[in-house]
Design a binder for this molecule. Structure first.
Ligand code: BGC
Length: 768
């Protein structure tokens, strides 16, 4: 099976997109897939999770650490790098089985050729450590000079963020240490280069050194770089720890570090790899999507969540959006519930920021940030897009009106509790978040005395091209769910954690609380399917908008980067939507709607969807699978699963770089394959499987972590096999294609025929 993606030649045009494609990381830091000699112009970056800074009154963004992987080569006095000399051969590759990045470049030198190879990884075993093995060999004698060390000139969109850079070289141990401007947090990077050949070493500028040596034709020269990164968020003396870590890494040696790193990766894949039989392209794309999620998963911290562009740089302010709860969480729930919990704890830790935002707008409770960073205050600006025609900032309403974010957070928390059975999350702050969000919606809603119903007015739904609309079906349905959850949560908390319940009930005694939530729930308007057309109107008067075909709307475009939304946007007065909205709602509440309703809305909304967000196509794949038309969904799945492999996404808007990786699409690809095509659904009690495999797929197989127990599921067209690990605690109820529930006991394998298979629903329960 293929685990490697590679480029077999160097292309300047791909420097930026390859920086994303070849990303490595470990949730603590992300390292862009740039080459050793690259600097800030090529967007080399080691982006730190959860460390933010504001500079020059511009928007806050994550901090990039000084780059300890920097290495530049000169041969016989001439610089040798892909930007200076046309390579004879060049290969860049990434092994996603263990996040190992490699490059090999062959240059012409006087009298022969020189091969430069470098391999590196961001340790999954020791989250602060990076290591690299480099080598060269030539067919002619030559004189080489390496310039290597820590590059303190880091890429910033809105920098500089690091001040008072102190660079030292203490007997070969390099240290670059600086302080962020806003919060004065120290960031320290240490590095040591180790080699066994004869060379002359001299100090270079800053934290760099020159290593010069004579190369004999045919001999291999190999050296190693060990580096470590710490910030004051980790400890009080980051420079001391960074240096200590490098010493320990050097003592362990590259081989041992790599072995431990590989083992940590093997453990990650063991609990998350998903096999697709019969379709190698889909298999690789899905694995690659999972890889992208694994390199950014905050396994070790509940103070950070996953930003919309992962750890691939500073785009989108390194902010956390609804993307995490709605598009990434399901993957973690099924494979790594501990990380899923961390993601939700992040929302609990940022509740005060959400309270401040609600209060700022005159509401009660918690209005979560549309773009959330370390404190939970909203990083989203009021003018989030520049008008390409006038150059003026455009007033957008993402921050003020995408109120569904608070409902998305509640949905995430409740999914976690129902799925894992870990109701301690509620006592640890989850219940307070849920109730504060419900209180927010109670204060946001309007009661219409004529229609005698609560309405949610003046919002922006997932389709951002239509701002400030009334009764967006998605938003109203999620607010409805928030109120239901708020009530269910009170029952659960009372039963499980009565003291905590009493304490919180006291805190909210002045209301609005459960009584008001019930009253609003009973009277809340949620748009329903039209009895004749079965269509759900996306928001009030949506059907009155100009119904222009997408191609015609695109023909009206005057500037390649013009924004379709906002006050004057091309789509704003038409029925063209940016991304799945009603269809996303149908996916979230799939058991509440008939197949006919789902199909009618899919067919109506899909041609009107621009898929202007990478979050959109996977939802159409999911609903296509749900209605039994997986082949409709397949192209949307492939588009989603390959977004970071092909680089086919917008990289710039005007002069603003908006590229990076797409974790929501990565999570969406997993959802489409597992929850969509394999048809997996777990409600905390019963595992239901209703497969709808696309054309070439013969089976999907994956490990599942359900309520603390481990299972392996195989879904083919004919049968469903569930293996329950011997050490599991209890029997699992399994239901295949709507048949009667069967029990899968610990240490057994349960095989069920699918509805489509001959002699359906025959079950066999065999001991392992
Ligand atoms: C989408 C949002 C998404 C954001 C970050 C926007 O283009 O419309 O739904 O949250 O990107 O991924």
């Amino acid at each position: 099976m293929n685990w490697v993606t590679a480029d077999k030649e160097f292309s300047r045009g791909k420097i930026v997109t390859n920086g994303n494609k070849y990303m490595t990381g470990n949730g603590y830091m992300g390292c862009r897939g740039t080459l050793e000699e690259f600097g800030k112009e090529q967007l080399a970056a080691v982006t730190l999770a959860g460390v933010y800074d504001q500079a020059g009154g511009k928007w806050r963004e994550p901090v990039n650490a000084p780059n300890a992987l920097f290495t530049r080569l000169s041969c016989n006095g001439k610089r040798l790098g892909v930007l200076d000399a046309e390579p004879l051969l060049h290969k860049q590759e990434l092994d996603i089985s263990c996040a190992l990045h490699k490059r090999e470049t062959v240059y012409g030198i006087s009298g022969g050729e020189l091969v430069f190879a470098a391999e590196r990884f961001v340790s999954m075993d020791q989250l602060h450590v990076l290591a690299s093995r480099l080598s060269l060999t030539a067919t002619a004698d030559c004189r080489i000079e390496l310039e290597t060390g820590i590059d303190g000139e880091v890429w910033d969109i809105n920098g500089p963020h690091l001040y008072g850079l102190q660079e030292q070289n203490a007997a070969g141990m390099l240290l670059a240490s600086a302080v962020t401007g806003e919060l004065a947090l120290q960031v320290a990077v240490a590095e040591k280069t180790v080699y066994g050949f004869e060379a002359q070493e001299t100090a270079g500028e800053g934290a760099r050194r020159f290593i010069a040596f004579d190369v004999k034709a045919g001999e291999v020269y190999e050296w190693f770089k060990y580096a470590a990164v710490y910030t004051e968020l980790d400890c009080s003396d980051p420079d001391v720890l960074a240096v200590q870590n490098v010493r320990t890494a050097e003592a362990a040696g590259y081989g041992q570090l790599l072995t431990a790193h590989r083992e940590a990766w093997a453990a990650r894949w063991k609990r998350s790899d998903c096999l697709i039989e019969g379709d190698d392209a889909a298999q690789f794309a899905l694995r690659y999507s999972i890889y992208q999620l694994l390199i950014i998963a905050p396994t070790a911290s509940e103070k950070v969540s996953i930003p919309a562009r992962g750890l691939s740089g500073q785009v989108y302010k390194g902010a956390v959006f609804w993307d995490t709860e709605m598009f990434m969480l399901p993957f973690f729930l099924h494979s790594d519930p501990g990380t899923a919990r961390n993601l939700l704890m992040y929302r609990i830790h940022t509740l005060d920021g959400a309270r401040r935002k609600a209060a700022e707008y005159g509401y009660l409770g918690a209005f979560y940030a549309w773009e959330s960073q370390d404190s939970g205050d909203d990083a989203c600006t009021l003018f989030n897009v520049n008008d390409v025609f006038t150059g003026r900032p455009m007033r957008t309403y993402f921050r003020d009106k995408q109120v569904h974010i608070s409902a998305d957070v509640v949905h995430g928390i409740w999914q976690y509790v129902a799925f894992t059975g870990d109701d301690s999350l509620l006592a640890d702050g989850g219940a307070e978040v849920i109730w504060e969000c419900a209180r927010f919606f109670y204060s946001y809603a309007y009661y219409n005395p004529v229609k005698q119903r609560y309405e949610i007015l003046d919002v922006t739904g997932p389709d951002e091209y239509h701002e400030r609309v009334n009764n967006n079906a998605f938003t109203n349905a999620l607010v409805h769910r928030t109120l239901e959850v708020a009530i269910e949560c009170s029952e659960l908390l009372q039963a499980m954690f009565p003291e905590r319940y009493q304490q919180l009930a006291g805190q909210f005694a002045g209301g609005p609380f459960l009584k008001e939530f019930r009253e609003m729930l009973d009277g809340l308007y949620v748009p329903q399917p039209d009895p004749d057309t079965l269509l759900i109107e996306q928001f009030d008067r949506y059907f009155k908008l100009e119904d222009v075909p997408l191609a015609e709307l695109k023909a009206r475009v005057l500037h390649p980067n013009e924004y379709f939304g906002g006050g004057n946007g091309l789509a704003a007065t038409t029925a063209i939507l940016k991304q799945a909205d009603v269809v996303l709602m149908l996916n979230l509440f799939k058991s509440s709607f008939s197949k006919e309703v789902k199909q009618a809305n899919w067919e109506y909304y899909e041609p009107r969807t621009e898929h202007g967000s990478s979050l959109s196509p996977c939802i159409y794949a999911l609903v296509a699978a749900d209605i039994g038309s997986p082949d409709w969904g397949y192209p949307y799945f492939m588009r989603t699963a390959t977004v970071d492999l092909t680089g086919e996404s917008k990289q710039y808007v005007g002069d603003l770089y908006i590229g990076g990786t797409h974790p929501a699409a990565n999570g969406g690809a997993w959802m489409a394959a597992v929850l969509g095509f394999a048809g997996v659904e777990f409600d905390g009690e019963t595992l239901r499987v209703q497969p709808a495999l696309p054309g070439q797929w013969t089976a999907v197989e994956l490990p599942l972590s359900l309520r603390g127990d481990s299972f392996r599921l195989r879904v083919s067209r004919e049968e469903i096999t569930v293996s329950s690990a011997a050490g599991n605690e209890g029997a699992l109820k399994v239901c295949a294609s709507g048949s009667e529930d069967q029990l899968c006991r610990p240490g057994t394998v349960l095989t069920l025929r699918t509805a489509g298979a001959a002699g359906s629903n025959v079950s066999a329960n065999t001991a392992e």
